[in-house]
Design a protein around this ligand. Structure first.
Ligand code: PLP
Length: 387
């Protein structure tokens, strides 16, 4: 016999280990900010792959559609199908290209592959010839990153061939920046020159180069359409300047217990951290299974990431476990850091890019790896804590 428990909303709240709050209005205002940063005439698309960088691709697409965003980029065709079901009239690009054998599915759902290789392009062209329809597709050209994209030579070959690019409608020529987050990196100008060299002869076809970082590199990089992702979600696209984007995601973890730890005691797995004085330590209900990268823990040699509780910055201490981690709350009043309270571990006061640095990763990986156990809320986020 199964045991069914009906929980009230209040009971459900009591059971949350962590809470993930997503501010869709902040995503919309970030999109408007990016759009206004682009030169006039450049369309601002939205990259919502990996479930909108963890925030919920369909909800993000619907919110941005209301704001006037018409074009969406996803990685996988299945992600495209989910967005299509919600937005019948949106333009949807599949950045992963054409998956072999799947052209008919793309056509049925009106998904546009961003063709990433001559093989992709040849298959799309063959499908279009067979069905007798010149269907739209983007062509991704490699301008120096050596990831996806046709070589400029293959691209030139395809464009000159009526059975290749001539058999479908190339509706967007695109490339991707490898080093956009470093504005002074010579690779940016080199990729810009390579993209011009490959595509200037086809300037009647819309062109696209910029991810979030590219938006901030200036008008030369904007072309006809930009494809920002991380900046929509409040992430840091450019390494060298303060992040202008509004925070979008907040993660809070429940304090399950607060304990005294005497000077000299070991804290957590491997006894990696030792109390250097008498401490108050809060044990919170989030760990690496929730996307809190294990490498962001502290050791006696190295400080770890931090959280935030009512105006207090509170350091992680010791190794991060699967389901929990320890936070030093010695300097926080007991009335605040107490059993049942929640600690912000990402959010307006704890930038994912800052925390990610302790784990030698980037905010993209934090956001997309946030795990499934959080109770999820869609609501406006408060401004950063001033107290
Ligand atoms: C992920 C991706 C983007 C968005 O990049 P951000 O750095 O998140 O703005 C744009 N274009 C392509 C091809 C991508 O893979």
């Amino acid at each position: 016999m199964t045991h069914q428990t009906e929980l009230s909303a209040q009971q459900t709240d009591m059971l949350a280990g962590g809470r993930l709050t997503i501010d869709l209005d902040a995503i919309a205002s970030n999109w408007l900010f990016l759009k206004n940063t682009l030169k006039s005439g450049t369309e601002c698309a939205a990259t919502i792959k990996a479930d909108g960088y963890g925030t919920g691709a369909v909800l993000v697409a619907q919110r941005l559609w209301q704001e006037g965003c018409k074009t969406f980029c996803v990685a996988l065709p299945e992600e495209g199908l989910a967005v299509r079901a919600a937005l019948p009239d949106a333009t949807i690009y599949i950045l992963g290209g054409l998956f072999t054998g799947a052209a008919e599915v793309y056509e049925q759902a009106n998904l546009r592959p961003a063709l990433i290789s001559l093989e992709d392009l040849t298959e799309w062209a063959g499908y279009c010839s067979n069905v007798g329809r010149k269907l739209p597709a983007a062509i991704h050209i490699d301008s120096g990153m050596s990831r996806t994209g046709l070589s400029p030579e293959d691209f030139a070959t395809a464009m000159a061939d009526s059975t290749l690019a001539g058999a479908f409608e190339p509706c967007l020529l695109m490339t991707h920046l490898a080093c956009g987050s470093e504005p002074d990196h010579p690779m940016n100008k080199a990729q810009l020159a390579a993209f011009h060299a490959a595509t200037d002869a086809y300037a009647h076809i819309p062109r696209s180069m910029s991810n979030s970082a590219g938006v901030f590199l200036g008008e030369d990089y904007h072309f006809d359409l930009a494809r920002p992702g991380i900046s929509l979600y409040g992430g840091k696209a450019v390494d060298t300047v303060p992040n202008p984007m509004a925070p979008v995601v907040k993660v809070e973890a429940r304090i399950m217990m607060v304990r005294d730890v005497a000077k000299g005691s070991a804290i957590g797995y491997a006894a990696a951290a030792t109390a250097k004085q008498d401490l108050k330590v809060a044990v919170v209900a989030a760990g690496y299974a929730d996307g809190m990268h294990r490498r962001a823990g502290s050791t006696d040699e190295r400080e770890g990431a931090f959280g935030w509780v009512s105006g207090h910055k509170v350091p992680l201490i010791g190794r991060i476990s699967m389901d929990m981690m320890a936070i030093d709350v010695t300097n926080v009043p007991e009335s605040i850091a107490k059993r049942g309270a929640f600690v912000e571990i990402l959010g307006p006061n704890v930038a994912a890019s800052d925390v990610a640095a302790y784990a030698e990763t980037i905010d993209y990986e934090y956001l997309t790896g946030l795990g499934k156990r959080y109770h999820r809320f869609y609501e406006p986020l408060p401004a950063p804590d001033q107290s």
